[in-house]
Design a protein around this ligand. Sequence first.
Ligand SMILES: C[C@@]1(C(=O)O)OC[C@H]2O[C@@H](O)[C@H](O)[C@@H](O)[C@H]2O1
Length: 468
Amino acid sequence: MKFSKDFLFGAASASYQVEGAWNEDGKGVSNWDVFSKIDGKTYQETNGDVAVDHYHRYKEDIALMAEMGLESYRFSISWTRIYPNGDGELNQKGLDFYNNVINECLKYNIIPFVTLYHWDLPQELEINGGWTNERTLKAFQQYADTCFKAFGDRVKHWITFNETVIFSRHGYIFGAHPPGILNDFKNYYQVLHNVFLTHAKVVLNFKDSGYQGDIGITHVFSPAFPADDKESSKKAAEHANMFDTFLYYDPILKGTYPEYVLNQLKEKGYAFELSQEDQEILLKAAPLNDFIGINYYQPMRVIANDSNTSREITRESSTGGAGAVSYDGVYQTVKVPDHSYTKWGWEISPEALLDGMHLLKNEYGNIPIYITENGLGDEDPIVEGEIKDAARIDYIEKHLKFVKKGISEGLNIKGYFAWSVIDLLSWLNGYKKQYGFIYVDHKDHLNRKKKDSFYWYQEVIATRGENL
Ligand SMILES: C[C@@]1(C(=O)O)OC[C@H]2O[C@@H](O)[C@H](O)[C@@H](O)[C@H]2O1
């Protein structure tokens, strides 16, 4: 069986991780431009000042995507190229750059799939309370509408936010992302709500303004399963799914928050402000989402944290590997014997992706799903100058097989975006953790080189996955 002709084979990137040119052509300073230069915050003090210079090499990179036969390129817009201070003055050169990227994609019939926010907040907004401040929420709505007006004639697929859980939890609890705050649970939950409310307002504006195309949001998708048959593990998995899945997906797709969560937040004094007006906005916007984007890398295998050990907060423990105590201390993720893991301790389980998507369908109906990220972070072997990333081919092949199986079982999966189209900066792992189909040689002027997986994905797209 082939994937249908309207299924999108894509690949993704994010502005801070690929563009570089951090202070060129009128771009304002982002929170990551500042945070990445604080000692100890990133791996070996790496930052995105240059990244892989996609800002100057986007034509070469998009030509390589076209050679691969890529059908859609998911990229994010750097807010500070459009509004250097987040609001106020507009930067025409920023609009020009993204017009050029979009036009370059369309030149090759590559569908641009645009993320408005992939964590690089204007520093001017960050230092004034970031996502806790109404100013940021209003500024984002203005920025989004500016992008719809400027690019909406050619961009028909919009993602508002990438992985809210990451920038909120790493920003306000783990301190691993800007603003680098530790254990501020109250603001963590308030930021979540502020972002979801902003998403809802942007969706309503998108639809009310008559902009053409589809709009949605992208969440981490890491469904929790009990690591053993203990009743305590089953309860721990239910709790994990409430606080790590339904707390994110419910307000977007149902327009309400899980009572289980709201009740516990109230008990703990973490309840966020949720006005009647907010609830009406969430409810009104929920059915207008055209899709849900899911970033799947691994499931969570959980046990109860009976020993009440607290989470050790380090940069390493924030890079997602199994074995950490949850941020709220209630459960712990564990490695399961005879399961396979990446070098960063992430479980490789395409089966759990399929099981998890059925769980989403049971909860939210058959809403269109884009897998907006999936891929293998690895240190790719180089043999006689060739990048032999067989492990990445194996990882993506296995996951695409289960995507195909899910479609045959009636799941409404509309596309698959590998993370990442090109090797790029990992927020916490520098350039060590590679994800791309295209290698970037940091020892040779950032020259690009096609990996084995480039040719493999090219064949998959050409044959529409018939041989998977
Ligand atoms: C933490 C990490 C990683 O570096 O492995 O997870 C996978 C992938 O998720 C994306 O949303 C991030 O933008 C990208 O940088 C990657 O980040």
